[in-house]
Design a protein around this ligand. Structure first.
Ligand code: SAH
Ligand code: SF4
Ligand code: F3S
Length: 446
């Protein structure tokens, strides 16, 4: 029996890739292990979005330097960082034996088997950003797990000035809708109740296909797969945000009223320098439309502080945007220069201290806003999809509301069942509630 250990970094797309690699390797006779000492192969599914993400993996790789007489596992570097650094990797870490970019993961299972037989380096990176050798497996679902990701489109064509994704994930390419639906059916048969559809810009799903299969149609069809109780998606680019999308969210009971709409900055000047293709006014119009048609929707965003040239005034505009639009959550990041991107050569790069100070200010403000929003939930009764025991235990279970609020409630419950929970208290990052037992239901408060 051959064994592997897998470490997944980065975004949900990597989580999906990691889960598909697990399926593919199990099918090829491999067993997953947690300890590196017992693993014949160690796989890193990596991220390049910020320098820190890469540094973490580089220091992990350093630990596998051969020596000390112990049996060295086959080290495989997969995903975005492999694609970005390419042949630099074997120069820095000559013990890495397999390199595969995110569009070449289909080659990994067979190549990994061969790596056990010799000492050759195997490289699956392609200069062609349209090349695709994908894994044809549904993600492996751990028993009892009721949520799964499904990538619906690869790559990105936006080339925002700061971003490495188009360079490592290649050009935008929608997957075949029938293949997506087959995968969703298969996941639903294995007990998955919540599907999150993934893409760098899900709204563009189908634009590269001739059959007119659009994202709103895909959302509806996924939501109608028997067994699926909830569908979410990420990410929706503000440029392609559409009224039709809002309509599907408003009308379809299983399409969750939750939206991640990354704004990135509150300053029009910075948005233009980033090449985002919208300004604050049009972003506000999209949020207005969402709140008018889906008043109870959860709304999250992504924000970068310290983009080159960001003045204190630009930064204040980001803070006031957060105050004004009141997001449930903000995925904030300090700008990190990515080699080869347009922003690298822009003037006005800010020092680390300024970027960190701004990040701290955003996080403090947003913690307060998140808590205030969560407090408005106290007293409401909401449907919660039970996921399992809460990570910190103490007899509590965890689940989510349709808006994607995490709720802790006294267990046990049945994973995959939607129960009614009355919210009794609010924290910054989650809510606490009590399960409504039969006979004590309260009128639906929405
Ligand atoms: N496709 C999505 C974002 C994908 S990357 C969109 O268009 O919004 C996820 C997040 O990482 C981005 O939203 C951005 O906030 C952050 N990010 C990307 N590049 C970054 C960089 N160079 N420095 C800091 N944060 C970055
Ligand atoms: Fe990066 Fe922009 Fe593409 Fe998002 S839309 S992945 S931020 S280039
Ligand atoms: Fe990172 Fe690649 Fe995702 S760079 S954020 S793992 S697309």
């Amino acid at each position: 029996m051959r064994s592997f250990k897998i470490d997944v970094y980065g975004c949900q797309m990597n989580a999906y890739d990691g889960d598909r690699l697990r399926t593919a390797l199990s099918g090829a006779g491999w067993t997953e292990v947690q300890g590196e000492d017992e693993a014949d192969a160690v796989l890193f599914v990596t991220c390049s979005i910020r320098d820190k993400a890469e540094q973490k993996v580089a220091s992990e790789l350093g630990r596998y330097r051969p020596g000390g007489g112990r049996k060295a596992p086959v080290v495989a570097l997969l995903g975005c960082m492999a694609q970005r650094l390419g042949e630099d990797i074997p120069r820095r870490f000559p013990w890495v034996r397999l390199l595969a970019g995110p569009r070449h993961l289909g080659r990994v299972p067979e190549a990994l088997g061969r790596c056990l037989e010799d000492d050759q380096l195997r490289v699956f990176l392609d200069e062609d950003p349209r090349a695709l050798e994908d894994l044809r497996f549904p993600p492996q679902v751990t028993p009892g797990s009721i949520r799964a990701y499904v990538t619906i489109a690869h790559g990105c064509d936006h080339f925002c000035a700061y971003c490495i994704v188009p360079y490592v994930r290649g050009r935008f390419q929608s997957r075949d809708p029938e293949a997506i639906l087959r995968e969703v059916r298969c996941l639903a048969d294995r007990g998955v109740r919540e599907i999150t559809l993934l893409g760098q810009n899900v709204n563009r799903f189908g634009v590269d296909r001739s059959d007119g299969f659009s994202f709103p149609r895909l959302l509806r069809e996924v939501a109608e797969v028997p067994g699926v109780l909830r569908v979410r998606y990420a990410t929706s680019h503000p440029v392609d945000f559409s009224e039709e999308l809002v309509r599907v969210m408003a009308e379809h009971p299983r399409v969750c009223p939750a939206l991640n709409l990354p704004v990135q900055s509150g300053s029009d000047r910075i948005l233009a320098a980033m090449g985002r293709g919208y300004d604050g006014a049009s972003y506000r119009r999209s949020v207005g439309l969402l709140r008018e048609r889906v008043p109870d929707a959860g709304l999250t965003t992504d924000l970068i502080v310290g983009f080159p040239g960001e003045t204190e005034e630009d930064f204040r505009e980001s803070l006031s945007l957060l105050e004004e639009l009141r997001f449930d959550q903000v995925h904030s990041a300090a700008y990190s220069v990515r080699p080869g991107t347009r922003a690298e050569s822009l003037p006005g790069h800010l020092d680390q201290a300024t970027r960190m100070r701004r990040l701290g200010e955003v996080n403090d403000l947003q913690s307060r806003i998140a808590r205030e929003i969560n407090e408005t939930y106290v007293g409401r009764v909401l449907p919660v999809l039970a996921e399992g025991p809460a990570p910190k235990g103490e007899g509590f279970w965890q689940g989510r509301t349709p808006q994607d609020k995490v709720v802790l409630f006294p267990g046990p419950a049945t994973a995959g069942e939607e129960i009614l929970v009355r919210i009794v208290s609010a924290e910054t990052w989650y809510l606490r509630g009590e399960v409504q037992r039969p006979g004590e239901e309260r009128p639906w408060i929405s």
